[in-house]
Design a protein. Structure first.
Length: 120
């Protein structure tokens, strides 16, 4: 689970770092201890909707190849995993996030969230 500290408008101030709490949830088990956490972010206007089409296509794989993501600082503090996003983009930029977690068993998950929140 990714716990973003955004306001009611799903945004954060430029320059105020976001401290994101990360936990593992496994179906049928509940919360599990994580062995490894990788967290990355990117800034941009990708997937901006100018009108409401019948369908929406956002080319995540072509726009965000592995070299375009920025590694966040990830720390294990008092039993919690915390990633820091510095929020140094521009006002109006969206923050996109990529999370890869693994537990002490054989489970691993990768999640990409486009437009996780906006910088204001």
């Amino acid at each position: 689970m990714v716990d973003l500290p955004v306001d009611i408008n799903n945004s954060m101030k430029v320059g105020e770092a976001a401290h994101v709490k990360l936990t593992g949830l496994l179906d049928g088990v509940g919360e599990v201890a994580l062995a490894d956490v990788q967290f990355q972010y990117a800034y941009g206007q990708e997937c901006t909707i100018s009108n409401v089409p019948a369908y929406i296509y956002c080319p995540v794989s072509t726009k965000f190849s592995s070299e375009n993501w920025i590694d966040a600082q990830v720390e294990h503090i008092d039993g919690e995993w915390v990633a820091t996003i510095p929020n140094t983009g521009n006002v109006g930029d969206f923050v996109h996030i990529r999370t890869i977690v693994s537990d002490y068993g054989s489970s691993q998950a990768e999640q990409i969230t486009m437009r996780a929140y906006m910088l204001d």
